[in-house]
Ligand binder design. Structure first.
Ligand code: TNX
Length: 550
């Protein structure tokens, strides 16, 4: 007796290998270089031939932006633009863009149907149409020809998770506006919709705040940078043998830069989540404004990696005024619902020795320094909520009690995310394994650029599912999705950002978009190999380990 399961396995093997029926020559398996793989794809052997004579029939309002986007793509890559008409043409082939005649409210969903004479883009919302175009672009030939042969296909698509994020640390190393926009392009290509922008840390403050100019003129610079990894003595104290490069380092984004980057991301349906770290990871801010620390300083922007003992003073009301002023400017720049307030790795030694912090603990009837951290975050949350926004923080914000409306980003494994979801708080999963793209992607470290440690190969990223297996449906609805983090202590150039994030970003996109039962790593690698020329055309410095996977 063959079990049902066995039957399924056999059936899927047949599908994958497209075994010939008796008497027919073997046919290669049908695969298109689609990443993330859409929910439903029906393949055909026919082609649509696009040329400068093909027309775009635009039958819905509000889609001009996407039409311009695709026309611009044609112009850049094939050297022609298509005429846009509002009526069905009587001859020639065409691309028809329309909305379905019902409203379901699924703004990211789309259908893309290509037959020999027509291409149909059907989407209710602009993000859906934009995603349809990303899918379409992935199956266009990379070579520049006058007639563009496009495979006929029928696609119905929708995302599995609503939060599909990628993070970039622009504090430890600074990346230019053009580089950040390139990164946003990569996110858009794989249908990510959140860019988590890590803008401040101990080693550099990178966002202009008009009310506090020293944040960038002082906190935006460090006098030098450690070479390699910090060393420690046996007792845990920093080694005196650490070497520094003796070269000043700095950079920041003006508010004008930020507005342009926000608009750029919006044009690709990506929400930017800005992160302003508190109460720890704040030495660069304290170098500029030491009065908001416990000791009064003076401080220098950190020149090595790791966390500083000096943090914002939680006993001083002026600290909160300072942070509220900063957040007011930040909230005006970023239209998204969430503001990331950090909350991670706040060392408590200064608070324990600070009379003001101790007085706060007594006045507020707190038990200890952990509860003081919770007081800090809850107070900031109240302010952020009063402006109509929500906070999200790293999972340390659970310690001492979660602020009432906070969402949690789980990085120290998934325990924080699980605990938060069980308390009915929204969660973004980003566990170190496999979501830290600053970790190695190959076991042979001698062939890799220096990385922070760890091992997160492509297959582990691909296999990731943010919803814990043991979760009930009710708990699962608190898991908004996941993101990968690109911390840049050891990533000094944008080319290295590309190397660390590509193609792991592609694998994550499929983990967040594609239905579980459609995922198949081997087949993903086949698609990735076919997709590689697109990355070559874009000039991306992607890691090539996947090319030797059999
Ligand atoms: C931990 S993730 C940090 C970062 C480091 C990273 C390096 C988190 C909330 N904090 O400050 O850059 O590890 O992997």
């Amino acid at each position: 007796m063959i079990s049902e399961n066995m039957k399924k396995i056999i059936a899927s093997l047949f599908l994958l290998l497209s075994l010939p029926s008796v008497g027919q020559p073997p046919r290669p398996m049908k695969v298109l270089p689609l990443i993330p793989l859409p929910r439903e794809v029906k393949y055909s052997d026919d082609n649509f031939v696009l040329s400068a004579q093909t027309k775009i029939v635009l039958l819905a309002d509000g889609f001009q932006h996407e039409v311009d986007y695709i026309n611009n793509f044609f112009k850049t890559n094939y050297g022609f633009e298509l005429a846009i008409v509002k009526k069905m043409p009587t001859d020639g082939n065409y691309i028809l863009i329309s909305r379905p005649d019902f409203e379901a409210g699924f703004l990211e969903n789309y259908d893309l149907n290509i037959n020999q004479n027509q291409i149909f883009f059907l989407a209710e919302g602009n993000p859906g149409l934009f995603y349809a175009m990303q899918t379409f672009i992935q199956i266009l030939p990379v070579e520049k020809t006058a007639e563009v042969k496009i495979p006929c296909v029928q696609i119905s698509d929708s995302p599995r998770y609503q939060w599909r994020g990628m993070h970039l640390d622009c504090s430890r190393h600074f990346f230019t506006k053009a580089e950040v926009e390139k990164y946003i392009d990569y996110l858009a290509m794989y249908k990510f919709n959140v860019f988590h922008w890590h803008l401040v840390d101990d080693q550099g403050w990178r966002i202009e705040i008009k009310k506090y100019p020293l944040l960038t003129s002082v906190g935006g610079k460090r006098k030098e940078t450690i070479i390699g990894k910090p060393a420690f003595n046996k007792d845990g104290t920093p080694s005196k043998d650490d070497k520094y490069d003796g070269t000043p380092y700095g950079g920041f984004y003006t508010q004008e830069d930020i507005k342009e980057i926000v608009a750029y991301a919006q044009s690709k349906y990506i929400t930017i989540l800005p992160e302003i770290e508190m109460p720890g990871h704040s030495l660069a801010a304290l170098a500029a404004y030491p009065q908001y620390s416990c000791t009064g300083g003076p401080f220098e922007t950190y020149t090595k990696w790791g966390v500083s003992d000096d943090v914002y003073c939680a006993g001083n009301d002026e600290t909160f005024n300072f942070l509220e002023d900063i957040l007011t400017e930040v909230m005006a720049l970023f239209p998204g619902k969430y503001i990331h307030i950090g909350g991670d790795e706040c060392l408590k030694d200064r608070w324990k020795a600070c009379p003001k912090c101790q007085k706060r603990i007594v006045d507020e009837k707190l038990k200890n320094a952990e509860e003081l951290q919770s007081y800090f975050i809850t107070r900031i949350e109240k302010f952020v909520n009063s402006k109509g926004k929500q906070i999200i923080g790293w999972d340390e914000i659970l310690e001492g009690g979660l602020a009432p409306n906070a969402a949690v980003m789980s990085w120290r494994g998934i325990a924080g995310g699980v605990a938060a979801a069980k308390q009915n708080h929204f969660v973004v999963m980003s566990p170190g394994k496999p979501c830290y793209f600053d970790h190695y992607q190959s076991k042979d470290k001698t062939k890799e650029p220096l990385a922070i440690g760890g091992f997160n190969p492509l297959d582990s990223v691909y296999a990731y599912d943010p919803t814990p297996k043991a979760f009930s449906a009710a708990e699962a609805k608190y898991i908004m999705g996941a993101q990968a983090n690109v911390w840049t202590e050891y990533i000094t150039t944008f080319s290295q950002v590309e190397y660390m994030s590509m193609p792991r970003m592609a694998a994550l996109s499929e983990a967040l978009w594609t239905p579980l039962d459609k995922k198949n790593y081997k087949e993903f690698v086949v698609r990735l190999k076919m997709h590689a020329p697109v990355l070559d055309r874009m000039g991306v410095n992607y890691a090539k380990h996947f090319k030797s996977i059999k």
